[in-house]
Design a protein around this ligand. Structure first.
Ligand SMILES: *[C@@H]1O[C@H](CO)[C@@H](O)[C@H](O)[C@H]1NC(C)=O
Ligand SMILES: *[C@@H]1O[C@H](CO)[C@@H](O)[C@H](O)[C@H]1NC(C)=O
Ligand SMILES: *[C@@H]1O[C@H](CO)[C@@H](O)[C@H](O)[C@H]1NC(C)=O
Ligand SMILES: *[C@@H]1O[C@H](CO)[C@@H](O)[C@H](O)[C@H]1NC(C)=O
Ligand SMILES: *[C@@H]1O[C@H](CO)[C@@H](O)[C@H](O)[C@H]1NC(C)=O
Length: 738
């Protein structure tokens, strides 16, 4: 037996005893072999079972299997640590593996060993998002899923990952690994001013739900074709998400048609009972979750309480059948019931495919592409290696290792710290400057001395997991402790460029540094993954031209002081003084706005082609109400027909260095209807351009998808009237008419 104490992922609310089912006579697990069912080599009698017959379709196989199982056996496959069914050659299986930005050992389904001592650790996803490069997202997903499958093949990892990663396109019935989107939904508070996620009731309007909180999940299921959705701990409008039939059965399963399983967080059902007091008996909680559409429970609540719930008539056995069918169907799509994995599609993957040079190079490339150049006065970056003979590298993150990989990490192939990256090209002097990122007392004298001697200074500041991690919410968005003071003092004595590097998960109020002329450059590096230091050095010395752009707003400190973070309203409210959230609604001052990011080159953009007028197709024109009597038209089949058009943008690199530029296409919808967003990102595309090179970027705009808004009742509508498209300095008015 293994006692699983509150780990940092999918935190188990109470300590849960996970029972490891040991090998029976029929199934023998060897340490380096993957777990799988239908091992017909070992037991030829399994050949007779249709569920083992890979020529049959998944539904037929699942139905066959369910028909053979007792209720107890089915219940055993409703929990993450699923029980073996020895009489049918089905081993136990742990559903909980993680691979947020690398194969991770946070979940019990995955571990590292002498066979695979580490996996390629990419930047935390927020930095990857800053690359605004869809091909990069895919490339990372391919690598992570390859390494995951390779580790499965040697018995070190599962096939089901509670993180986004990627499956190869193609056959609906074949998954490489199964990814999940979490945590569904409106899960914005971890632990803020005494309100934790187990007790947080997110009060969300229908409008915010439809136009902000649900779209990422909807897209994940419909566009991403993900294999799982995980419900969150919090309540939404008074109902725990894992027990809400509207959210699960009706929306995820019904409207979005998830092809896969719905899982709880670890252990949401315990939270429902003990923290949220949702029902008076544990069996009722189990029944409510199953009836709501939950299929799999991280934890053991369903294992313990489902039998009682069925016996008391709280839930039908047919509901258990449906739930566990989704779980088995997912495993079938993964090849788990197809016998020896080494004879299957991904059977050739193994330890040789983990941490390959190409994968590690992609980790470095991902960090380079994400890093955002926030300030670069006097073109002080890139540093010239001929002009700079000594570099002071100062700061609590200057020699960071684990801080670079952040939360939900594994063991990386290796680390290149900022100090190591920079030291590869130039003589460095290093000083941490603070004991840790909390920086209670800075070494100001030592730092001044080191800085005054050097030709240039790189300060690597920011946070780490003691400040930003799961189950922690920040209450300050300034740099911790004496970091500001350390930075300012170093800058005051430096004789050359001072480069401030912020290593953090999100924005920081660094207005003081933005305004300080002695601080010549500022870079945000997120938590840049195992190769973060190498990528940083590539940018500082100009081997790579930065092109990342902020994927979030950097607010001033007073924002954190005035906002009650339990307030889920996206829109500003004059009565309460709530300023609203994100570039879509917040109108106050920013330290750096969404989309900000500089380059060593300069790119100009212009509009090549976009319609001035877009009209609903003629056959619906006389069926709908027209502008100005009506400001919107309901989104529907007829309305959406022919509402697509192309926007073509020209981009030119007018600088001297080649580099990539992300074109962000925004729109300002008609401002007067439904208190809608002021600005929306419609799409983005990254292009690489040599000096003086010109490229055209084409966007396919879908009026119903991109130019629609959500009204107060949560209905999506096409807004009639003037939409202003914006790309950089270019704006273009487009009229949408009924
Ligand atoms: C598997 O199913 C196919 C298709 O129905 C059938 O032709 C084949 O005989 C089955 N294989 C076994 C071993 O039963
Ligand atoms: C920097 O960190 C690396 C990796 O932990 C360590 O080996 C090295 O000694 C550190 N360098 C300094 C100067 O502390
Ligand atoms: C935040 O708002 C909630 C709901 O209005 C209120 O109960 C709570 O006291 C507020 N918290 C703080 C710290 O202001
Ligand atoms: C602003 O907040 C007040 C007080 O909570 C509320 O009554 C009102 O409906 C809100 N206004 C908007 C536009 O959401
Ligand atoms: C996007 O990322 C891919 C994968 O790293 C890379 O090959 C490509 O050059 C990048 N695109 C641009 C425009 O930088």
């Amino acid at each position: 037996m293994v006692i699983q104490n509150t780990p940092n992922s999918c935190t188990l609310n109470t300590a849960i005893v996970l029972t490891v089912i040991l090998s029976s006579q029929i199934i023998v697990f060897t340490q380096n072999a993957p777990l799988f069912a239908c091992n017909t080599n070992q037991d030829p009698s399994l050949n007779h079972y249709s569920f083992c017959n890979s020529s049959l379709d998944v539904k037929t196989r699942v139905d066959d299997l369910i028909n053979r199982l007792t209720l107890e056996e089915k219940i055993g496959y409703l929990v993450n640590d699923a029980s073996s069914i020895p009489r049918l050659g089905i081993p136990g299986y742990n559903w909980w593996s993680e691979a947020l930005h690398s194969v991770s050992n946070v979940g019990p389904g995955t571990s590292f060993s002498h066979l695979v001592p580490g996996a390629t650790s990419f930047p935390q996803v927020i930095l990857t998002a800053a690359s605004f490069n869809k091909s990069l997202f895919n490339a990372i997903g391919k690598v992570v899923s390859t390494e995951a499958r390779a580790m499965y093949n040697v018995g070190l990892a599962g096939l089901t990952y509670w993180s986004p990663n990627e499956r190869d396109d193609g056959d609906e019935d074949r998954l490489k690994v199964a990814a999940a989107c979490k945590h569904y939904t409106a899960y914005d508070v971890d632990d803020w001013e005494g309100v934790d996620r187990y007790h947080f009731n997110a009060r969300v309007t229908k409008q915010d739900m439809e136009d902000t909180y649900q779209p990422p999940f909807k897209s994940c299921v419909l566009d991403g074709n993900v294999a799982s959705v995980m419900c969150s701990y919090n309540e939404v409008n008074g109902k725990p998400t894992c027990g809400d039939p509207d959210l699960l059965k009706q929306v995820v399963r019904g409207e979005w048609k998830l092809n896969g399983y719905i899982s709880s967080d670890c252990d949401s059902l315990d939270t429902m009972f003990n923290s949220q007091h949702w029902a008076t008996t544990p069996e009722q909680v189990a029944a409510d979750a199953l009836n709501a559409g939950l299929n799999l429970n991280c934890g053991n609540w369903l294992k313990i309480n489902t039998m009682g719930a069925v016996q008391r008539g709280l839930v039908e056995e047919s509901v258990v059948d449906k739930a566990v069918s989704n779980n088995f169907a997912t495993l079938m799509r993964l090849g788990f019931f197809d016998g020896d994995p080494s004879k299957q599609m991904y059977g050739n993957l193994g330890p040789k495919d983990v941490c390959t040079l190409a994968h590690q190079e992609l980790a470095r490339e991902a960090a380079r592409q994400g890093i955002v150049l926030l300030k670069n006065a006097l073109h002080s970056l890139p540093l010239s290696l001929t002009a700079i003979n000594s570099l002071a590298v100062i700061g609590p993150n200057a020699n960071a290792t684990t801080t670079m990989i952040g939360n939900y990490a594994g063991i990386p192939c290796k680390y290149t710290t900022p100090l190591q990256g920079l030291s590869a090209s130039v003589e460095t002097v290093y000083l941490a400057g603070c004991g840790d990122t909390k920086c209670v007392r800075a070494q100001l004298n030592e730092a001044r001395e080191v800085a005054a001697e050097a030709d240039a200074v790189v300060l690597v500041m920011g946070t780490d997991q003691s400040i930003e991690a799961e189950s922690l919410d920040r209450t300050s968005i300034s740099l911790p402790g004496q970091q500001n003071r350390l930075i300012s003092e170093v800058a005051s004595v430096s004789k050359g460029p001072v480069i401030l590097v912020i290593m953090s998960g999100t924005g920081m109020d660094i207005q003081f540094a933005k305004e300080n002329p002695k601080i010549t450059s500022i870079l945000w590096v997120g938590f840049p993954g195992e190769a973060g230091g190498a990528a940083l050095a590539d940018i500082i010395f100009g081997q790579y031209n930065p092109g990342g752009r902020l994927p979030m707003t950097w607010y001033p400190q007073f924002f954190a002081e005035m906002v009650n973070m339990t307030n889920m309203n996206m829109r500003p409210n004059l009565t309460t003084g709530h300023p609203g959230y994100t570039y879509r609604f917040y109108r106050g001052t920013t330290v750096y706005p969404f989309g900000h990011g500089l380059s060593y080159s300069r790119f100009v953009q212009w509009l090549v082609r976009a319609p001035k007028l877009v009209q609903l197709s003629t056959d619906v024109q006389d069926q709908v109400c027209h502008y100005p009597e009506c400001e919107t038209v309901e989104v529907g089949d007829g309305v959406c027909r022919n509402l697509g058009f192309e926007v073509v943008i020209g981009v030119k690199n007018v600088g001297e260095m080649d580099g990539s530029y992300s074109v962000l296409l925004f729109s300002y919808p008609p401002p007067w209807v439904h208190n809608i967003p002021q600005l929306q990102l419609l799409d983005f595309e990254k292009v690489f351009l040599g000096p003086q090179e010109v490229r055209l970027v084409r966007f396919q705009v879908d009026g119903c998808k991109h130019l629609s808004v959500v009204d107060e009742d949560g209905n999506r509508k096409v807004a009639l009237g003037e939409h202003v498209l914006q790309v950089g300095d270019v704006t273009h008015s487009l009229y949408l008419e009924a």
